[in-house]
Design a protein around this ligand. Structure first.
Ligand code: AMP
Length: 492
């Protein structure tokens, strides 16, 4: 499939695609659209950045046009569940852009903004509702929304949803949906619990997979610096000064850590800014806009704050802290080397993080090249991983992602500009008010990730064997699990 014409999408959609300057479908689109357009359920293994939003939005819009119907009050025809407010906003933007010639009505149901506007937005009924699971359930439980008319369900970033503890909410939502519906299910990874969830939700699904992780990984030069905990900041400053950086995204596990890193970098003469849940909406938006324009080249972020942010031209990802969830490593480094470009991922690993490193290497099936910069004999381990986990939990639970919500369709550039503005989390059409920022106890409570068993088992004996060693070993399967042959091809 080489052009969008070949999909036979309805005219209003192809016109919108032209205006978006989409000429060639991405691999996930080429695989998903022809199947989804027939009404069949699909499981897609694809990451953000692969064009997966259009791969589900376009066939759904086509089918909405095929069976035009006015949504009934307090219902939606399409329900998209996404893990974060930011990603939800971006998905809604995409639906509005691709559906700009079809009088689409849409709304956003996300936490962190007042519920009243969202209640009013869904009151007349909407074609498309994009929601985070917690706020969606609040609307349903408050009788503001009924799910009995949903014809299309999309679950986006299912692995993230699970990781963030949304599994029970998702099951509750699915239990309220009509059995007769089309379900499109996307996840960047497919561990067993995700496969089980998919099994529960989908009927005879077609399986499609792209290998962004592996193909991205091939274009990413990855390396590990084994460092003393206390030397992390100076090592980071050294990297940022030495590397040819266009834009660098630095991940810390905690919000506090992010702020600390900014201060230290600024002292070293490196302008940097942090985004995380404790920053105000305005601050977040200004920071992101500055990162997009290149005014700030170094952005420090916690995982949840960085998720869903669509910034091109990130040449370097630095893991100031290694993530305790190995899949997160894959998500993080996937922020660079987008759109066929090359990228660099450098991870700082202190002694107490060796267990995380082993988990990551197990997942990606690559022994990453390591450079040992530790002071011999120094036992400098910093805070324990369990403390860090607590910090990450906070980072996740208090995230405030906001987006523009002017509802007006626009081209890709306009949309990415809109993404840097505030959002109201209500109807995209016709309500164009701007939002007040408000914490949502519901979303916060539900952003708790599921607890993971402690993996830190004291890595010192093994560490000793790595002294001074830099190696790259690619076992028989050269890439990550997502690149195994049956995933890299279309599976049916
Ligand atoms: P996604 O993975 O859905 O977040 O999409 C990543 C980016 O690729 C977004 O900025 C989309 O607007 C853009 N995009 C998606 N599909 C295409 C396409 N076929 N041609 C050009 N850009 C695309």
């Amino acid at each position: 499939m080489t052009t969008f014409q070949e999909f036979g999408l309805a005219d209003p959609i192809t016109r919108a695609l032209k205006e978006e300057n989409y000429v060639t479908p991405t691999p996930i689109q080429a695989q998903t659209i022809p199947i989804a357009i027939t009404g069949r359920d699909v499981i897609g293994i694809a990451q953000t950045g692969t064009g997966k939003t259009a791969s589900f939005a376009l066939p759904i819009l086509h089918r909405l046009l095929e069976h035009r119907a006015k949504p009934q009050p307090k219902t939606c025809r399409v329900l998209v569940l996404s893990p974060t407010r930011e990603l939800s906003g971006q998905i809604l933007d995409s639906f509005n852009a691709y559906g700009r010639h079809m009088n689409l009505t849409s709304a956003l149901a996300i936490g962190g903004v007042p519920m009243g506007r969202q209640v009013r937005a869904v009151m007349p009924g909407v074609d498309v509702l994009v929601a985070t699971p917690g706020r969606l359930l609040d609307l349903v439980q408050g009788n503001a929304l009924k799910l009995n008319m949903v014809e299309f369900l999309v679950l986006d970033e299912a692995d993230r949803m699970l990781d963030m503890g949304f599994i029970n909410d998702i099951r509750k939502v699915v239990a309220k949906l009509p059995i007769k519906r089309q379900t499109l299910f996307f996840s960047a990874t497919m561990p067993k619990d995700i496969a089980d969830l998919a099994e529960h939700m989908l009927k005879d699904p077609a399986r499609v997979a792209v290998t962004p992780v592996s193909s991205t990984a091939e274009r990413i030069s990855q390396r590990i610096l084994l460092v003393d905990h206390s030397a992390k900041a100076s090592t980071l400053a050294g990297i940022l000064k030495a590397e040819p950086i266009n834009r660098a995204l630095v991940f810390t596990r905690t919000k506090h850590g992010a702020d600390k890193v900014v201060k230290i970098l600024e002292k070293s003469g490196i302008p940097a800014a942090a985004i995380h849940g404790n920053k105000s909406q305005n601050h977040r938006e200004r920071t992101l806009a500055a990162f997009r324009t290149g005014e700030i080249r170094t952005l420090i972020a916690t995982d949840i704050a960085a998720r869903g942010i669509d910034v091109d031209g990130i040449t370097h990802v630095v893991n100031f802290d290694l993530p305790n969830v190995p899949e997160t490593y894959v998500h993080r480094i996937g922020r660079t080397a987008r759109a066929g470009r090359e990228g660099v991922a450098i991870s700082l690993c202190a002694g107490e993080e060796m267990a995380y490193l082993r988990d990551i290497e197990k997942l990606i099936r690559i022994a990453l090249p390591k450079e040992d910069r530790r002071t011999p004999g120094k036992n400098d381990v910093g805070p324990s991983p369990s403390q860090n986990r607590g910090g990450q939990r906070n980072g996740r639970s208090a995230q405030h992602a906001h987006r523009s919500q002017d509802g007006a369709p626009g081209n890709k550039n306009q949309r990415s500009r809109r993404r840097s503005h505030g959002g109201n989390g209500g109807a995209s059409q016709p309500n164009r008010d701007h939002a007040r920022n408000e914490n949502s106890r519901h979303e916060h409570a539900r952003h708790e990730p599921k607890p993971r068993p402690t993996q830190h088992g004291g890595a010192s004996a093994k560490e000793g064997t790595m002294q001074g060693v830099a190696f790259l070993h690619r076992p028989s399967r050269p890439n990550s699990p997502a690149s195994t042959p049956n995933r890299s091809q279309r599976q049916r």
